[in-house]
Write a protein of this length. Structure first.
Lengths: 277, 325, 530
């Protein structure tokens, strides 16, 4: 409760929450405001926002309603961001927990793998994964998750290294509780807060990675993602720059919101360091 | 020299990682549909299957995967990176040709992001919670949230097409032959927009870290002591605070090296820079295994070297840390 | 180089009002550097080994072919001065130009023609291997005569039409005695052309300079040509606008930018000079999917797509409705508007699908298909989206599968793992070169842009074979008309859109687009106004 109040006291965190809520609201109300297929032919292509009262944000190069794509795209971006982040966090926690808890040979081996993933430029790995497994939304999401887990693993490992020497853990060990119990029920709940905060960074990066892939025409063309729209707008950038600008602003605001929320959570959960942040 | 021995030890420790990366990428790319001959066919716009078979033999693709991997690793031991399918030249030559633009871009982006991140972070921390801080922090967040490629495209439209202050891309003006200072200035002009584009997100990160780090250090005891001694604020900051506050920044450089290399793929594509990033993308699309693995090898080495230098710098800045850690 | 000042713009605008005839009387100015947009880097630059526009744009200025096309599109001699053929089509004699030297000073002789034809065109050159399949030898009775002997009749029209693209000559003394494919001259061309190779910086640029010993007196006018590698379309358009590039060939800019620059008085965006580079957008069907094996379904799909609407709204003035695999620019073989054609008719489409037994199910959907678009060309992406949207209207759900070039070729033409595919069919001046292979059975698995649909028709095979060796031009034309009629009826694939590549010029360039394959041609008479 104290954390919640600390969170709400920060204006930045509140603004962030509002932004995120706005995006979620768009995602939820999309079928209400724009029933039908957002990727269907709606009108003449490349109409400017406001030029036709039916299309407040104009139409894209394929004659589709941009406003419809922004609303439906909110679902896609949030979905991709959320699922990719979950995958990254799950893998990262699993590896970090095992490495931090057991130490020794397991730690060395797992850290080598983590190091390998971190030394390799993550966007490069993403390109190869997409070339291999294709550009459907599912594979793109999994691929983004697969390149984003290393920092989470390091963070989790650091937490576990600190926590496993604590008294309450020793107490549980004396009681004869199993390793699995220790990891999952005792240490993990305490290690989670910084990881959850970091998850906001992972989510921001995931959304950016998806839009970068879409920009390079490597994402799923069958879904109305914001990144796809930016990629489409690339060809008409000079004169109809709004096609790329509008989804770019949407991405910007979403990531801004997610980052502010993450920052707010960080400050609220670590009151000691909150002074002056 | 001790540093040299340390370097060798670090390299030796990284070898299993390097091997893991290379083998992983090799096997992964095998799974991609189509090979380099298919990519060549696409470029040619046609060709008959007898030709395709002959080309496969020519590129060494007619043996099994395990054999190809073995051949590659054996060559690697002698530091022979193989032949590039796209360029018909040794991979080492190709990479050396494309390295300078990428190194220049990364170095200038890093410097740009580090310097301005430092300055802005200090400014924000000095006026914490007042309007300069709010403006700078908001700006930082906006930079962080802006997709780099979008910023790059908009920058080209504004600065190259409308204002015509800066060139729209390329690495230099080849219609003129510049030498000496003129050549350096010409390249510098071409790198202004790419540097800003690539450095933007890192600028935001360094800004935030520097600000947070400054605030933490400013609240420590020894700073109060320095102030009590009557030193001016500027002296306090410059002599005592900065050195300590910079430590997290320095660590970050090492962590961000790999990400920066990945980010250069898109920036080099938007600004038509002949660097490693775009070469990597090309080699994926054209299934040029040797070139891709060569780039992975070189970039991994680069990251390891940067991390090593960062550790040395860190030890210099913080005398509490023994150089061997 | 920055854009024009206000004064320059005014003058240029005024110049645009001057009638073209008056402009043509300007005296060519000697000197200047022409910067060209080079969008896709190639592995080699030798047009004797690789037949593609990406190679001609560079290699075609340094190496020359036996023939080229004149302003009317008729074959005109370049390295060959005159030619004649026997009525049986088995012997073709070329008399070669005298006084021509290679860039390294050695003389050009018939030995070079023999070597190139037998070792390069027949063995390696894509489309050349097929064209020269029945070439048995090239006799060289003297240094300026080359006699091509065939074991099956080669129609003179076919050979002459194919020579500008498939007739480039390479120097024997550079390539003999070694692996032709590994020869460094493949990326540093040695030729007889108006420009000499200087430098190739991978990923950056290629530079060529004037050949002072060029056989055409007083030419070329340009001092240098610089090809700049720019892979990003938007960046290339920006460089055109800022004057860093003077010429962008082969529709390498986005459609919107081409239209916009065309409206700018400083530039010209036109299909002029590319009439020999025509392509069709295709819609390919995989017969292995039993739904598509039914002709009614294929025809219904065709009727469901409003092609004129698509062209008007998405492709602009650079495309027109196609009527079959032979495009309308082919004066020798275009059979006119042959029936059947498949106009936009939603009611008919729905009816055909019902008749074929594909009734609408839950949610109005009949069945779903996977569409594989080729990853080159902005028009293909727009076209595949339009197909998806159109077929949705008749209850067919289309999923677009994105792959890169290698993946696309492997998945479609080798693995046959697709339902619909769409790409380009490039017409290379004669149906026998690269058109009929899309329909003829017998192509081995994995050969791209050939019949991989799981469909054969022996009757169509027979027409194709007869036409390929028919020496009489009138009979040949009639055979190709039969061919088009037959494939339009069966519709194993559909070619509803015809496009000519677009060139975008800075108007300072003169003597441009003066033959139907100008971008691939030698540019010996191109000059740059100040």
């Amino acid at each position: 409760m104290r954390a919640l109040r600390a969170y709400l006291r920060s204006p930045a965190a509140v603004i962030g929450s509002l932004l995120v809520l706005a995006v979620v609201a768009m995602a939820l109300t999309a079928p209400l405001f724009y029933p039908g297929d957002p990727l269907g032919l709606a009108g003449r292509p490349l109409q400017w926002p406001g030029q036709n009262p039916r299309f407040p944000l104009g139409t894209d190069p394929s004659g589709r309603d941009i406003a419809a794509q922004i609303f439906h795209g909110a679902r896609i971006s949030l979905l991709i961001g959320f699922v990719a982040t979950s995958i990254a966090v799950c893998i990262g926690i699993a590896i970090g927990a095992l490495a931090g808890f057991y130490g020794g040979a397991a730690d060395t081996a797992l850290m080598r793998v983590t190091e390998a993933f971190q030394t390799l430029p993550n966007f490069l790995l993403l390109l190869v994964l997409v070339a291999v497994f294709g550009s459907t939304m599912g594979t793109v999401t999994v691929a983004i998750g697969l390149v984003s887990w290393p920092p989470v693993a390091r963070l989790t490992r650091a937490e576990f290294l600190t926590l496993r020497t604590r008294d309450f853990v020793q107490a549980c060990r004396v009681q004869g509780l199993s390793d699995a119990h220790l990891i999952l029920r005792e240490i993990l709940p305490n290690a989670l807060p910084p990881v959850i905060v970091y998850a906001s960074v992972v989510m921001a990066v995931a959304i950016l990675l998806e839009s970068a892939l879409a920009f390079l025409q490597l994402s799923d063309p069958n879904v109305p993602s914001w990144g796809n729209l930016i990629g489409l707008g690339r060809n008409v950038l000079r004169a109809e720059w709004y096609v790329s600008a509008i989804p770019g602003v949407a991405i910007l605001l979403t990531i801004l919101g997610v980052s502010l929320v993450g920052q707010g959570l960080n400050d609220a959960l670590n009151p000691r360091l909150a002074s002056g942040r | 020299m001790r540093v040299f021995r340390l370097a060798l030890r670090r390299l030796a420790a990284s070898l299993p990682t390097l091997l893991l990366i290379l083998m992983g990428m090799f096997l992964l790319l095998q799974l991609a549909p189509g090979d380099t001959v298919d990519a060549l066919m696409a470029q040619m716009g046609g060709g008959d299957p007898a030709l395709a078979e002959e080309l496969r033999r020519f590129y060494g693709l007619d043996v099994g995967v395990a054999a190809q991997l073995w051949r590659y690793l054996v060559r690697l031991v002698t530091l022979d990176l193989g032949f590039s399918a796209i360029y018909g030249k040794p991979v080492a030559t190709v990479i050396l040709e494309r390295l300078p633009p990428t190194i220049l871009l990364m170095a200038s982006s890093l410097s740009f992001a580090f310097f301005f991140g430092l300055v802005l972070g200090v400014l924000a921390a000095r006026r914490v919670n007042r309007w300069p801080d709010t403006v700078i922090s908001t700006l930082g967040l906006i930079f962080y949230a802006t997709p780099s490629f979008w910023f790059g495209l908009m920058a080209i439209v504004l600065f190259s097409v409308y204002l015509q202050w800066l060139p729209a891309g390329g690495f230099g003006d080849i219609t003129q032959s510049y030498t000496g200072i003129a050549a350096v200035l010409d390249i510098a002009r071409h790198l202004v927009l790419p540097t800003m584009t690539l450095g933007l997100i890192f600028l935001a990160i360094y800004l935030r870290i520097m600000r947070a780090s400054m605030l933490e250090v400013l609240s420590l005891d020894f700073v109060r002591t320095a102030r009590a001694k009557g030193l001016t604020e500027t002296r306090v900051v410059a002599k005592h605070v900065l050195r300590n506050a910079m430590l997290p920044m320095v660590t970050l450089i090492g962590l961000q090296a790999g990400t920066m290399l990945g980010g250069s793929v898109v920036v080099e594509s938007v600004f038509a820079l002949p660097g490693l990033g775009r070469l990597a993308y090309e080699s994926v699309v054209q299934r040029d295994l040797n070139t891709l693995l060569g780039i992975v090898f070189v970039s991994a080495l680069l990251v390891i070297v940067i991390n090593f230098l960062v550790d040395i710098l860190y030890a210099r800045l913080d005398p509490r840390i023994a150089a061997g850690s | 180089m920055n854009g024009p000042t206000r004064r320059e713009t005014f003058l240029l605008g005024a110049a645009a009002l001057v009638p073209a005839g008056a402009m043509a009387q300007e005296a060519p100015r000697r000197g200047g550097v022409m910067t060209v947009h080079f969008a896709t880097e190639q592995r080699i630059l030798n047009p004797s080994l690789q037949a593609s526009t990406g190679v001609y744009i560079v290699g075609g200025k340094m190496q020359e072919a036996l023939l080229d096309l004149d302003a009317q599109g008729n074959p005109v001699g370049v390295l060959a001065e005159s030619w004649e053929s026997t009525p049986d089509g088995l012997t073709h004699v070329f008399r070669l130009r005298r006084g021509v030297t290679w860039h390294d000073g050695r003389p050009f002789t018939s030995a070079d023609v023999q070597f190139t034809a037998m070792e390069m065109w027949k063995r390696i050159l894509n489309y050349g291997t097929e064209l020269q399949r029945f070439l048995t030898e090239v006799q060289t009775p003297d240094p300026h005569t080359a006699i091509f002997k065939y074991e099956r009749p080669m129609p003179q029209g076919l050979l002459l039409r194919a020579m500008p693209d498939l007739g480039y000559i390479s120097p024997k003394h550079v390539f003999e005695g070694g692996d032709i494919r590994q020869n460094p001259a493949n990326t540093a061309p040695v030729g007889t052309g108006p420009f000499r190779f200087v430098q190739y910086e991978r990923g950056q640029h290629i530079i060529a300079e004037r050949n002072p010993n060029y056989w055409r007196e007083g030419m070329p006018y340009l001092d240098r040509i610089v090809w700049r590698v720019v892979t990003d379309r938007a960046a290339a358009a920006a460089q055109m606008e800022s004057g860093q590039l003077l010429f962008s060939p082969y529709s390498a800019l986005s459609i919107a930018d081409m239209q916009r620059l065309g409206r700018d008085p400083r530039f010209e965006a036109t299909t002029r000079g590319n009439e020999g580079n025509v392509r069709n957008n295709t819609l390919e069907f995989n017969f292995r999917n039993p739904v598509l094996a039914d002709a009614r379904v294929r025809k219904a799909i065709a009727h469901a797509i409003n092609v004129p609407f698509f062209i008007e709204n998405f492709l602009g003035p650079f495309a027109k409705v196609g009527t079959g695999p032979i495009p309308s620019v082919s004066t020798d073989y275009y059979p006119g508007v042959v029936q059947p054609q498949y106009g936009f008719d939603l009611a008919l489409a729905n009816r055909l699908l019902d008749e074929a037994g594909q009734r609408r199910g839950a949610g109005g959907q009949r069945f779903s298909l996977r569409l594989h678009p080729a990853p080159w060309g902005e028009d293909i992406a727009l076209w595949s989206t339009f197909i998806q949207q159109s077929l949705q209207q008749v209850g067919i759900r289309v999923e677009i599968v994105r792959l890169d070039a290698a993946g696309f070729l492997r998945t479609v033409y080798n693995d046959h793992n697709f339902d619909l595919a769409t790409g380009w069919h490039q017409y290379r001046s004669d149906p026998a070169v690269s058109t009929t292979v899309w329909y003829r059975s017998g192509s081995p698995r994995g050969a791209p842009w050939t019949n991989q649909w799981g469909w054969t028709d022996p009757r169509i095979d027979e027409i194709i074979d007869r036409a390929a060796t028919e020496v009489d031009p009138a009979r040949r034309r009639a055979l190709y008309a039969d061919f088009v009629r037959a494939v339009q009826t069966e519709l194993p694939l559909w070619m509803p859109i015809e496009q000519i590549f677009v060139s975008v010029f800075n108007r300072r360039l003169r003597n441009v687009a003066n033959n139907p394959r100008w971008a691939s041609s030698t540019w010996h008479d191109t000059w740059l106004a100040s």
